[in-house]
Design a protein around this ligand. Structure first.
Ligand code: ADP
Ligand code: CDP
Length: 223
């Protein structure tokens, strides 16, 4: 439990595998705060594009960070990201953000800033946090780790059904090949391949995996 009384449940996996949908349902079921870390990387891209800073120019992005007005808070059980005093929601899912987020997420200084903020959110209560490096880097010591997967075809179809232009295969390749915090199955994580599963089946498998990992029955008894 990272030496603290609050627990962290880590969910990692590639784009559109179902991480945020599963995390939201589990957060309700287990009474945990839900944190979407992808939104934090997306917010840095949004901020850069607003300021005409190229996400592909690491030196310019790092310079921007020195006075970047960025906040991540928990509101009613879910994480919110604010840049320059503005709450960001649908802005984070634009085609321009989708196309540039993997480049910004490969910058070490961006990751250091965001990982520190992610760890800090544990002070407000137990969390279920989803992203790419939660079980491997953010909370490597938590016993509660899931890796939600699905075939590239299924994931591309899910994203298209959401009406988004998003090259999931390209983004995954970039996220898996980068030198810093690449997408991997963290030590101790249980892999759930959701390609052929309904959401209900994924939730059932996730609860079974967390129970096997030792999740306290009191979390499961809450609802
Ligand atoms: N097991 C599943 N079966 C069918 N559709 C799913 C399943 N899991 C997620 N989805 C759908 O796929 C889309 C992408 O899921 P999302 O949770 O946003 O993925 P991620 O957070 O991994 O990018 C959403 O429209 C979601 O409703
Ligand atoms: N913990 C995380 C979360 C996201 N990311 C980056 O942020 C991008 C967007 O993440 P996301 O979770 O919003 O993406 P989707 O899975 O929703 O498509 C990813 O493609 C990664 O490049 C990361 O590097 N580390």
């Amino acid at each position: 439990m990272n030496g603290q009384q609050h627990i962290a449940v880590a969910i990692d996996g590639p784009a559109a595998s179902g991480k945020s949908t599963v995390a939201k349902k589990l957060a309700k079921l287990l009474g945990l705060n839900m944190v979407n870390t992808g939104a934090m990387y997306r917010a840095v891209v949004w901020g850069a594009l607003q300021k005409n800073v190229s996400p592909n120019d690491p030196a310019a992005v790092v310079a921007m960070l020195s006075d970047f007005d960025f906040e991540c808070k928990i509101n009613q059980g879910s994480s919110e990201v604010w840049v320059d005093g503005q709450l960001l929601e649908s802005e984070l899912r634009s085609d321009a953000v989708n196309a540039n987020v993997s480049a910004i997420a490969a910058i070490v200084e961006v990751r250091e800033l965001l990982v520190a903020k992610q760890r800090g959110l544990l002070q407000y209560g137990s969390v279920i946090m989803e992203g790419r490096d939660i079980g491997s880097v953010v909370f490597p010591d938590t016993p509660y780790k899931l890796y939600i997967d699905a075939s590239e075809e299924v994931r591309a179809a899910r994203r298209a059904a959401d009406g988004e232009v998003d090259a999931v295969g390209k983004r995954d390749a970039q996220d898996s090949k980068r030198k810093v915090s690449p997408l991997i199955v963290a030590d101790g994580a249980t892999v759930i391949d959701s390609s052929e599963m309904t959401l209900e089946e994924v939730i059932e498998a996730a609860v079974a995996a967390l129970t096997a990992q030792g999740l306290d029955q009191s979390f499961l008894d809450r609802n």
